[in-house]
Design a protein around this ligand. Structure first.
Ligand SMILES: NC(=O)c1ccc[n+]([C@@H]2O[C@H](COP(=O)([O-])OP(=O)(O)OC[C@H]3O[C@@H](n4cnc5c(N)ncnc54)[C@H](OP(=O)(O)O)[C@@H]3O)[C@@H](O)[C@H]2O)c1
Length: 281
């Protein structure tokens, strides 16, 4: 096999939400380090500017909430490379606040990004993967689903929905040679805390929940403490799992991933006790 043919064999990976400082950016670099061709996407090209000069990357602007944006990028990639081997639905938003008072529009935006955004990409990519009887779809969930706590109900519900969609897709798409993987991060260093607080600052003042203001703000940064796993370390482990010939159905790693797996099996009263303490509820 000559060099050109070898390059043609390398997986073409499309990743959403690749802004610098986040998990998507780290995944993009980790796939590139495995000699994949990486279609790194984000809402603004400037947020991935540092990848621009490396020929392993094809940078595209993509908003997961827009049909036109998603279809346009998928068409560009298929035209350029003839295929998409791996789709990573990484783009996501955290959303903190008390469920009983949060604007429904904030909850809707969270689902539009985390759930419908991911499904929009799946629907655009599956016809191409099915026609080749080959492909991998990776949805990025969250360990918070293992033990849903206070102040991040909208986010956790959206990720729980994504986990359920992922399990269904794995069964439905296996007929077409498509593997579906749920990547379930623990606490990983990224921009997620700052983005969550920026959205939170736009919410109205709470009526009943004013006394919990500090606890809610703290929840936004819960995954960003000093012991959180560096995104590069998480990305390296995740990419090696995804690139296996038979990738796992569930891949969880990062700080808190083991604790949350244990929490999941605890009696509800114990779970509630721990979460009340941890989240100052
Ligand atoms: N960090 C953690 O501890 C952790 C834990 C569990 C799960 N996760 C999940 O991991 C994924 C990556 O998050 P992260 O921690 O890396 O957070 P992040 O640094 O905030 O990155 C999120 C990415 O999603 C993008 N995004 C948001 N809305 C979008 C839209 N409508 N269209 C396209 N892209 C959009 C953001 O773009 P902008 O830069 O334009 O906003 C950014 O590139 C998310 O699904 C998150 O829920 C993270």
């Amino acid at each position: 096999m000559d060099f050109h043919e070898q390059e043609q064999e390398k997986p073409v990976v499309l990743i959403t939400g690749c802004s610098q400082g986040g998990i998507g950016h780290a995944l993009a670099r980790a796939f590139a380090a495995q000699k994949c061709t990486v279609v790194a996407t984000s809402r603004s090209r400037s947020s991935m500017g540092d990848l621009d000069q490396n020929p392993r990357f094809f940078l595209q602007e993509l908003d997961v909430q827009s049909d036109e944006s998603v279809q346009g990028v998928v068409d560009n990639v298929v035209q350029r490379y003839g295929r998409i081997d791996v789709l990573v639905n990484n783009a996501g938003v955290q959303c903190v606040g008390p469920l009983a008072e949060m604007p429904l529009s904030s909850i809707q935006n969270t689902f539009d990004t985390n759930v419908y955004g991911s499904l929009r990409l799946v629907q655009a990519v599956v016809p191409h993967m099915a026609s080749r009887k080959k492909g991998k779809i990776v949805n990025v969930g969250s360990v918070t689903v293992m033990a849903p706590g206070p102040w991040s109900g909208a986010y956790t519900a959206s990720k729980a929905a994504l986990h359920a969609l992922t399990d269904t897709l794995r069964l439905e798409l296996s007929h077409f040679g498509i593997d579906v993987v749920n990547v379930v991060p623990g606490a990983i260093k990224s921009n997620i805390g700052n983005s969550a607080v920026a959205s939170y600052n736009r919410m109205p003042e709470w009526k009943l929940f004013k006394p919990f203001e500090a606890a809610i703000r703290e929840r936004a940064y819960f995954s960003q403490r000093s012991k959180s796993t560096p995104a590069d370390e998480f990305a390296k482990n995740t990419v090696s799992a995804i690139l296996r010939t038979n990738p796992p159905a569930w891949f969880s790693s990062g700080h808190y991933s083991s604790i949350m797996a244990i929490m999941h099996h605890l009696p509800i009263c114990v779970k509630d006790f721990v979460l009340r303490k941890a989240m100052k509820c």
